[in-house]
Design a protein around this ligand. Structure first.
Ligand code: NDP
Ligand code: 2IT
Length: 444
């Protein structure tokens, strides 16, 4: 059996009931096959792949907190410190009822290669909890965040592990967590990113993932003879990534006609009104029905359906496995030319393969959504030098990083005779730097 197949089989056996983790590992290992086979003896002797797929450390802990009725609640929490070969662990904290160890491991594994692709010195990690901030009062969210940080603070630090936001963790949650860290540790350091601007946050971090997604998409289209301007775009999700992806797409001359949330979706043929969307989602924390109620041109539909709308470009920005094979078929049938993942692993493997086989340009999340973590690393730099850069400075660095990421994955795909296969290109380019650092640092 080949080394790649052996390691994948080991992952499935040793990590039962973690399908998302298996899926993420399979996608990466499959596209590394050509690189691994060329160096098989050396990698096998060093157990390089076994070490790559095994987290350096996994922390599991309980989070007790008191709700508004005086009842004690208990949540499960996780921090997976996956790989520190190229820098301190870096990656977000997801707060969503679906969170379990397998989901955090898939996200942490993806983060290793994503962070490598940014070209910045950050290792891979991820964390979170099955706590659901939705429908909770601010006091309940604070109680959870303080209890969560009372345990997590032991394992993180500005030079060791720097968490950030993800689904369910936005500015409010980061603020409460930062306050508790500072109170316990008594140090004012850049231990979290995505902080508020009044206490060490970076300008443009809020916008970074969505803006970065569009910078990469624009470069991918340009290098393949297309122009984003004038294109119709469908977007899923209506959270941090989706909102700023919509805003930047519009600034670049495209028309965004859909957004969605976990209960339904909106089709707005006149183009999404970003100011209204922000009011509904960021301020009121309400459902998309409120968007539709305030906007005569918009239709609201229950369930899922954004991929059924005719478009040129599709940007999944909600969650994993939200773009399935039938959705890919609908996109191809409707003439879609490009898909770029704002979310982590939103496209299933069979859907990805179908899109690629039908000539759709496909940018994987670990490249396309890397602008968020890249700007987090810029926030770390600003915290270290105790300075704040202007919005324009951060935004122009972000743009440069996204254009570089596109060319890194494009070049790697060409070098290994898979021109246009950006999944393979991103995995290979991300892997080579980490593998080199792991080899240089010996058996650790
Ligand atoms: P938010 O919590 O701000 O928004 C998430 C959006 O996705 C909401 O509209 C939410 O709907 C929807 N959603 C979440 N879970 C589901 C589900 N199971 N089914 C259907 N819809 C769902 O998160 P972000 O925008 O920050 O994150 C979105 C994606 O982008 C995630 O995959 C995340 O890992 C990834 N990402 C985020 C980065 C960041 O900087 N924030 C960086 C890189 C990637 P509802 O409001 O109804 O829950
Ligand atoms: O998936 C991701 O890259 C994030 N949620 C952002 C991580 C970060 O450290 O900014």
């Amino acid at each position: 059996m080949s080394y790649v197949d052996e390691v994948f089989q080991m992952v499935v056996e040793k990590n039962p009931a973690q399908p998302e983790f298996h899926q993420a590992v399979k996608e990466v290992l499959e596209s590394l096959r050509v690189v691994i086979e060329a160096n098989e003896d050396a990698y096998r002797k060093d157990a390089l792949l076994e070490r790559l797929v095994t987290p350096e450390r996994q922390l599991l802990f309980r989070v007790p907190w008191v709700d508004d009725k005086g009842q004690v609640q208990v949540n499960n929490a996780f921090r997976v410190q996956f790989n520190s070969a190229i820098g301190p662990y870096k990656g977000g904290l997801r707060l969503h009822p679906s969170v379990n160890l397998g989901i955090i491991k898939f996200l942490g594994f993806e983060q290793i290669f994503k962070n490598s692709l940014t070209g910045l010195p950050i290792g891979g990690g991820k964390g979170g909890s099955d706590f659901d901030p939705k429908g909770k009062s601010d006091r309940e969210v604070m109680a959870f965040c303080q209890s969560f940080m009372t345990e997590l603070n032991k394992y993180i630090g500005a030079d060791t592990d720097v968490p950030a936001g993800d689904i369910g963790t936005g500015a409010r949650e980061i603020g409460y967590m930062y306050g508790q860290y500072k109170r316990i540790k008594g140090v004012y350091e850049g231990v979290l990113t995505g902080k508020g601007l009044s206490y060490g946050g970076s300008l443009a971090r809020t916008e970074a993932t969505g803006y970065g997604l569009l910078y990469l998409t624009e470069e991918m289209l340009k290098c393949n003879g297309h122009d984003l301007s004038g294109k119709t775009v469908v977007i899923s999700g209506s959270g941090n990534v989706a909102i700023y992806a919509t805003q930047k797409a519009q600034q670049l001359g495209a028309k965004v006609v859909t957004v969605s949330d976990s209960t339904g979706w909106v089709y707005d043929p006149e183009g999404i009104d970003v100011a209204l969307l922000k009011e509904v989602k960021e301020v009121k924390r309400a459902r998309l029905t409120e968007y539709a109620a305030a906007r005569p041109s918009a239709e609201y539909h229950e369930g899922r359906g954004v991929w059924s709308i005719k478009c040129d470009v599709a940007l999944p920005c909600a969650t994993q496995n939200e773009l399935l094979l039938d959705d890919a078929k609908a996109l191809v049938a409707n003439g879609c030319i490009a898909v770029a993942e704002g979310a982590n692993m939103p496209t299933t493997i069979d859907a990805t393969e179908y899109l690629q086989a039908n000539g759709v340009l496909f940018a994987p999340g670990k490249a396309a959504n890397a602008g968020g973590v890249a700007t987090s690393a810029l926030e770390m730099s600003q915290n270290s030098e105790r300075l704040s850069w202007t919005f324009e400075e951060v935004d122009s660095k972000l743009k440069g990083i996204m254009v570089n990421i596109f060319h890194s994955m494009d070049d790697a795909a060409k070098k290994y005779n898979m021109e246009g296969n950006y999944v393979a290109g991103a995995n290979i380019a991300g892997f080579l730097k980490v593998a080199d650092a792991m080899t240089a640092q010996g058996i650790v």
